[in-house]
Design a protein around this ligand. Structure first.
Ligand code: LLP
Length: 421
């Protein structure tokens, strides 16, 4: 991608030398390109000119990232009360926030009602709770139902969400009765329908299939529901491996917009189309820099870095592939095969397996690419490691957008009972 380039043998992001940034801010370090973020969002605006883009906030919880997207016009898919809170702080108005969680608490629902956001209802129990809470507060909430469309998307098993076996959504065959029920209940106004079939989807056909199934349901409820929006979720994959062919927002739009428009015209309705991309907007905006502490020639060539699954859990959790670049030898030719590991006390703490890379030595800097989605936001302090810093680069300048944690942060919220003082 254009925001990454090699100059003087060093990897640059947004025109800035990553080796210099590592020196200035230390490692580990997440670095995000603001231009790339705006460009990625722009791709959706162009491909879906009439749709509303609800950024899946779970993919990147940095308030600055959300603020930039808010200024580009994004709404938010917020999966928890905390994400509603952050989206509001980022400047996203409540009417452009959809609370999409499953297994929501009553307290979260009350928070959502008071915030004035819309709610995607995931179960019958939730519908009853929400109706009760909103009525008690003398309010009415706009709701959608999360449908389980039973579409098989070719995603990692842990990332497929639209199968009938998954925990998400209300089965299609119960949708009509559920909307009827909602119409009778006080405090809730069913105006939307929502699905999300999975994540890191690299084929277009599941999106088309889901769109058709959603429109079947729209048809079934349109006689008695005044539909304001149809939300088809997110899930567009990205090419983590450069030789993988991945669909673009335009491919997604080309596959679903004709179905949506034709079926709406046939029904004589004019609902908004909502999409909820996360990964595609944030993933390739960001790299994660690691410092090489050791190179061990053992059963394999193990490169020991300061980044482990505490900071990037995707390889350990989903066997995900992240491209590795030796940032200070970015134009070097492959010299050997390396397995890049972290500083966590588990064998599974592997970031990249058997990669052909230039010769790696202690104190080299390694960049893990495409780390902007489900990266920092899934981090932990496991093994007593304070979380790292985040930097935003824009027009040749870098801004610290999250401080590195300190030892004090390891103690945050811990309380020592008096008798143990
Ligand atoms: N909408 C809903 C309701 C979702 O649950 C998700 C993601 C999205 C939209 C956005 O999907 P995206 O466009 O980012 O694929 N931690 C995993 C991914 C989990 C996705 C969860 N839901 C990973 O690192 O791959």
């Amino acid at each position: 991608p254009g925001h990454l380039e090699v100059k003087n043998g060093h990897l640059h992001i947004g025109g800035m030398d990553t080796v210099e940034l590592a020196r200035e801010y230390g490692t580990p370090l997440y670095i995000t390109s603001e231009d790339r973020l705006r460009d990625n969002f722009g791709r959706f605006k162009k491909a879906f000119p009439d749709a509303h883009i609800y950024f899946a906030a779970k993919s990147n919880n940095n308030i600055v990232v959300q603020r930039i997207l808010a200024r580009e016009g994004a709404g938010a898919d917020a999966f928890s009360d905390g994400e509603i809170y952050l989206a509001r702080l980022a400047g996203i108005p409540p009417e452009k926030i959809l609370f999409t969680g499953n297994s929501k608490t009553d307290a979260e629902l009350e928070y959502a009602v008071n915030s004035g956001v819309m709610v995607s209802v995931d179960s019958h129990d939730e519908l009853i709770s929400l109706s009760g809470i909103a009525s008690r507060l003398g309010k009415e909430v706009k709701i959608a139902f999360r449908v389980n469309p039973d579409v098989s998307a070719d995603a990692h098993p842990k990332l497929a969400t639209g199968l009938k076996t998954s925990k998400f959504g209300i089965p299609s065959q119960e949708i009509v009765s559920t909307y009827k029920k909602a119409k009778e209940l006080p405090g809730v106004n069913p105006v939307g329908i929502h699905c999300h079939i999975g994540s890191q989807i690299l084929e277009i056909s599941p999106f088309a299939e889901a769109m058709s199934k959603m429109m079947d349901l729209v048809e079934a409820i349109s006689g008695f529901i005044d539909l304001e929006f149809v939300d088809i979720g997110g899930g567009l994959g990205i090419p983590y491996q450069k030789d993988v062919r991945a669909p673009t927002p335009q491919d997604w739009a080309d596959a679903v917009l004709p179905i949506f428009r034709e079926r709406c015209a046939k029904l004589g309705i004019n609902p908004e189309l909502h999409i909820e991309p996360g990964r595609y907007i944030t993933a390739d905006t960001t790299i994660l820099l690691a410092h090489v502490n050791t190179v061990k020639k053992a059963y394999k060539n193990f490169v020991g870095t300061d980044v482990g699954f505490n900071l990037l859990i995707r390889p350990a959790m989903y066997d995900s592939y992240h491209e590795v670049v030796v940032a200070n030898k970015a134009d070097g030719t492959a010299a050997d095969t390396y397995t890049v590991v972290g500083p966590i006390c588990e064998t599974g703490d592997i970031l990249a397996k058997d990669r052909k890379l230039p010769e790696i030595k202690k104190d080299d800097i390694i960049a893990l690419l495409d780390a902007g989605a489900y990266g920092f936001c899934m981090s932990s302090q496991y093994v007593g490691r304070p979380r790292c810093a985040e930097v935003l680069v824009h027009e040749g300048k870098a801004d610290l957008i999250r401080k590195r944690e300190t030892y004090d942060d390891l103690l945050q919220n811990q309380i020592i009972p008096g008798r143990l003082l």
